[in-house]
Write a protein that binds this ligand. Structure first.
Ligand code: HEC
Ligand code: HEC
Length: 255
């Protein structure tokens, strides 16, 4: 990975990410209730009652391997998951978003209750570990990584721990990078914001948006490693528990 990515021009990244990580426009209590009804009729056959896991994946862990952004969940439902039994559901967009709202709610509140550490001490660990150069909480911080303002209400404890120790294990496609070389010999590197049949849209290390035509690339690869450094070996065990407890306590209240 290129460490320069951490220094990206924040406003550009935020604006562009809007395209690939649209957040759920139908996320009210009523939407969740409507989503729950749809889920009961369309999804429990495979995912079990309340997503507790039948023949298919359990949906209550707060971990979504096939895309954990709202847009990623929308895609899993609307397009299905190739190579698995998960079919595409051709519902209208509103109903699909309502399912996203409901599925998201299934993992809620799992983290906070079980954390062992001390959230107040964890806030200090967060502040002294450089996390805010990439993440924001309550509108403060950087944009190279996801906003953590409500991370405790959408993620399980296990997911938070794994995110800190092994960031490369689950990297949402929103954070994959393109590495390549053009036929003319120019090296290409940047965060892969979008991809279509003919081109990649990337954010390069100078924070500039550019489009790279696929036929111009002599070689390229998609790097799915996370720009986030692991905290493994950098924190004492009690500092780690405190940090996890702090993240688990973040439920969007600061906004
Ligand atoms: C025919 C069985 C079946 C039905 C019906 C079904 N699913 Fe799935 N679903 C699966 C399978 C299988 C997977 C992939 C599991 C895996 O590979 O871990 C999956 C995966 C998912 C995922 C991604 C989980 C992840 O880890 O990223 C979501 C979200 C999801 N389903 C939601 C739904 C919703 C919402 C419905 C109802 C509209 C639904 N599913 C109906 C079988 C089904
Ligand atoms: C160089 C930038 C960078 C730094 C520094 C950084 N992160 Fe991250 N972080 C990211 C990126 C990018 C992602 C999303 C990709 C991924 O899942 O690894 C991420 C993901 C996460 C996630 C998972 C988010 C989710 O939606 O599930 C958590 C939690 C997290 N970071 C916490 C932290 C904490 C706590 C620190 C400080 C110890 C930290 N990060 C430092 C860039 C960074």
């Amino acid at each position: 990975m290129f460490p320069v990515l951490a220094l990206l021009a924040a406003p550009v990244l935020m604006a562009q990410h809007g395209n690939t990580t649209q957040s759920n426009p139908h996320d009210s209590e009523q939407d969740r209730a409507a989503g729950a009804k749809l889920f009961a009729t369309q999804c429990t056959g495979c995912h079990g009652k309340n997503g507790s896991g039948g023949s298919a994946a359990e949906l209550t862990t707060g971990v979504f391997r096939y895309g954990y952004s709202d847009a990623g969940l929308f895609n899993s439902i609307a397009s299905g998951i190739p190579g698995t039994a998960m079919p595409a559901f051709k519902l209208d967009a509103r109903h699909t978003w309502q399912l996203v709202a409901y599925v998201r709610s299934l993992g809620e509140g799992r983290a906070a209750g079980k954390a062992k550490g001390n959230p107040a001490r964890g806030a200090k660990v967060y502040a002294s570990s450089g996390c805010q150069s990439c993440h924001s909480i309550g509108g403060q911080g950087g944009f190279a990584g996801p906003d953590l303002n409500a991370i405790g209400s959408t993620r399980s404890l296990g997911h938070l721990q794994r995110s800190l120790l092994a960031p490369n294990e689950e990297v949402s496609w929103d954070y994959w990078s393109l590495l390549g070389r053009t036929a003319a010999g120019e090296r290409i590197a940047g965060l892969r914001l979008n991809e279509d049949t003919y081109s990649f849209q990337i954010l390069d290390s100078q924070g500039k948006l550019r489009s790279v035509a696929k036929p111009d690339l002599a070689e390229h690869q998609i790097d799915r490693t996370s720009p986030m450094p692991s905290v493994e070996g950098k924190l004492k065990p009690d500092q780690f528990e405190d940090l996890v407890a702090y993240l688990a306590s973040l439920r969007g209240a600061q906004q």
